[in-house]
Design a protein. Structure first.
Length: 70
């Protein structure tokens, strides 16, 4: 969260505000997405989306952290 608060080009706390709103949208939207996919394709596929999204975010976080260190 500290990194979000210290984004260049944004006023203090603006990055943190954006991050927390995205977290709220994810908290409310993820179960809805899993439910819709599970209803259409099955619970296994719906829960697989959670795993794929988590692994994608993990990989993206590592890439972005590497760019920030340079």
């Amino acid at each position: 969260m500290r990194a979000a608060d210290e984004l260049p080009g944004l006023r203090a706390c603006t990055g943190l505000t954006i991050l927390t709103w995205l977290m709220r949208v994810g908290l409310l939207g993820a179960p809805l997405l899993v439910g819709v996919v599970a209803d259409a394709a099955g619970l296994r596929v719906g829960l697989l989306i959670v795993v794929v999204a988590g692994l994608s975010l993990l990989a993206l976080g590592r890439v972005l952290a590497g760019k920030a260190r340079r």
